[in-house]
Design a binder for this molecule. Sequence first.
Ligand SMILES: [Zn+2]
Length: 124
Amino acid sequence: MRTVELLKVAKKALENSYSPYSNVRISAVLFGDDGIYTGVNVENASYGLTVCAERVAVFKAVSEGKKNFKKMLIYSPDVFPYPCGACRQVLSEFFPEDFEVIVTDGRSEESFTLGELLPFNFKL
Ligand SMILES: [Zn+2]
């Protein structure tokens, strides 16, 4: 699936972002042989319980037994949504260093490998 198509999916998913505190809407789309999984940021009044869009998408997929993905597109019209450190670590739990991460605000985009985003992940 091309980036432009992933962006369409991300824009649709964004409608479900629950972000009344930051007013920053973010969505993420996982894509690969196991299909498409989306996530949005889900905030909480006790800020620390907020979960990022990237982790929502990964946890949805993994909880359904799906781990075979090639890339993730992260979208926000409100910020340029580089993934946070926690999400980079979660991505590195399930995906290889050449997993592609596309970050876009809908006007420009940047593409990274997971290895570039998190060169020294925590492993046991
Ligand atoms: Zn995050």
